[in-house]
Write a protein that binds this ligand. Structure first.
Ligand code: NAP
Length: 250
């Protein structure tokens, strides 16, 4: 999908693969200068090498509290401001609730929710100045995930609530805040589930709950995320758009 992000500056977390990479590529193709955030420096550099608009690579681990300041300092030094923040990075550690560890809960809530909130806060003033937009990538799991997804589902439910709260808090500042909640999307995030339950069984079994009858692609999520970040969504805020082939419509 094509949008006009000429002259805009964006941060995308979880930019090293999957949905984040697709968002980065679409933003860059639409004219934005993008800062790519994730742990895998090699992957970020390889993606950045294919971008047109002088990207910035920021290899950090969001589970480190210091990463927020590292990101905001690097971005504001290089870009001088910010127009679009995409909170996309997430970890998913599925454990039965009877065996869940505090460490897994802490990491999941920290990376998926706490750090997304901290990034919004760190970029608040630049986003107020640019009348910018935030897009949080949540999940249909937020509203009733399958078994063993307690921590992940809670983190995404929290991010949905944060999205609505910030939309109200910052509407008067001219900042829009929305979320995209993907359903089944074919990315490396599914690797551990494929390993545990068998790739063929998961691919064919899970898709039975999708009215459109197929898995989504990273680009189909990026299309909606970029729309929400763009001026074409100038009257849209506080919304959680489910992009799930109709799965949650059943
Ligand atoms: P993915 O392929 O597993 O990618 C996750 C991204 O997050 C990677 O770029 C990873 O980079 C980054 N990341 C993870 N932990 C990090 C950390 N501690 N510090 C910095 N970066 C970190 O997942 P995806 O499918 O593209 O998912 C993207 C978003 O969509 C996530 O928020 C996910 O919850 C959501 N979602 C996905 C699906 C789906 O079916 N795929 C469904 C619903 C929601 P590094 O490993 O390089 O750090």
């Amino acid at each position: 999908m094509s949008f006009d992000f000429s002259g805009k500056r964006a941060v995308v977390t979880g930019a090293s693969r999957g949905i984040g990479e697709a968002i980065v590529r679409q933003l860059d193709a639409s004219g934005a200068r993008v800062a790519l955030v994730a742990r895998s420096a090699d992957r970020l550099e390889a993606i950045a090498a294919e971008l047109a608009n002088d990207p910035l690579v920021i290899p950090v681990d969001l589970s480190d509290p210091a990463s927020i300041e590292q990101i905001s300092t690097a971005v504001l030094e290089a870009f001088g401001g910010l127009d679009v923040l995409i909170n996309n990075a997430a970890v998913e550690r599925n454990q039965p609730a009877s065996k869940v560890t505090g460490e897994a809960i802490d990491e999941t809530l920290f990376v998926n929710l706490r750090q997304a909130f901290m990034l919004c806060s760190a970029f608040a003033k630049p986003l107020f100045a640019s009348q910018g937009a935030i897009v949080n990538i949540t999940s249909t799991a937020a509203t009733g995930a399958g078994g063993t997804q307690g921590a992940y589902a809670a983190s995404k439910g929290g991010l949905n609530t944060l999205t609505k709260n910030l939309a109200n808090e910052w509407a008067s500042k001219g900042v829009r805040v929305n979320a995209v909640a993907p359903g089944l999307v074919d990315t490396e995030m599914w690797g551990p589930t494929f390993e545990r339950l068998g790739e063929d069984a998961v691919r064919k079994g899970f898709v039975k709950s999708v009215p459109l009858g197929r898995w989504g692609t990273a680009d189909e999520i990026a299309d909606v995320a970029c729309f929400l970040a763009s001026g074409q969504a100038s009257y849209v805020t506080g919304q959680i758009i489910r992009v799930d082939g109709g799965m949650t419509n059943l």
